[in-house]
Ligand binder design. Structure first.
Ligand SMILES: C[S@@+](CC[C@H](N)C(=O)[O-])C[C@H]1O[C@@H](n2cnc3c(N)ncnc32)[C@H](O)[C@@H]1O
Length: 192
């Protein structure tokens, strides 16, 4: 049985699947440009949904562990329950390396400097101005020098880049699809 990673808000099952196929092709090489594939990383997936990016991170770094968090109460992803996320992780055969926890990213993770890498896909644009608080919470959970790699729609990209430039280093736009305000982009930043 194949895992079902759900349908994104304002999308269809087919379009969501196509989008994930595209994102996977970009995300994996990008992560592998930051860390070697045999790294033993502690990875945070911020807003894991049904485990799509958790699966990619675990596949790119087979010796690593992923801590996947989500509020599991949001309409940006269809039927996103923690039970379904756990079942997907089992279907992917990575349950021994993945922990899934219900958590609102607007609250501190309570794990200062624990993670080597944080990843996220299509989460923070849902949070409005509270996204900066959520970014702070993720960055605090990273070890100094750890990367935060975010795929998202950044309708106010200038503000997000200013925020990351002010608080972290090596801030880069790694990917952009399209030229509209709502383009999908991947941004990476390194915790100071
Ligand atoms: C569009 S889905 C993306 C899920 C997954 N990252 C993926 O790429 O398939 C957005 C996710 O963000 C989660 N989310 C929204 N607000 C959140 C918050 N404050 N804290 C944690 N997760 C949140 C939602 O529950 C949803 O699962």
């Amino acid at each position: 049985m194949e895992p079902d990673f759900g349908t994104y808000h304002h999308s269809t099952p087919k379009k969501s699947k196509e989008m994930r196929q595209k994102i996977e092709k970009i995300f994996c090489p990008l992560l592998l440009s930051l860390y070697s594939d045999d790294s033993e990383l502690e990875i945070l997936d911020a807003g894991c949904g049904l485990g799509f990016l958790t699966g990619i991170a675990a596949k790119c770094f087979p010796k690593s562990r992923v801590y996947a968090v989500d509020v599991f109460q949001h309409d940006s992803l269809s039927e996103a329950t923690i039970e379904k996320a756990r079942s997907n992780i089992k279907l992917l055969g990575i349950e021994s390396r993945v922990g899934i926890v219900q958590h609102d990213l607007r609250e501190p993770l309570g794990m200062p400097e624990r993670f080597d890498l944080a990843v996220s896909n299509l989460v923070f644009h849902n949070l409005g101005k509270k996204r900066f608080l959520a970014y702070d919470n993720v960055l605090s959970a990273l070890k100094p020098g750890g990367y935060f790699v975010i795929g998202d729609l950044f309708p106010f990209i200038k503000k997000d880049m200013e925020y990351f430039d002010g608080i972290s280093s090596a801030v880069q736009e790694k990917w952009r699809e399209g030229s509209s305000k709502w383009s999908y982009r991947i941004i990476s930043a390194r915790r100071n």
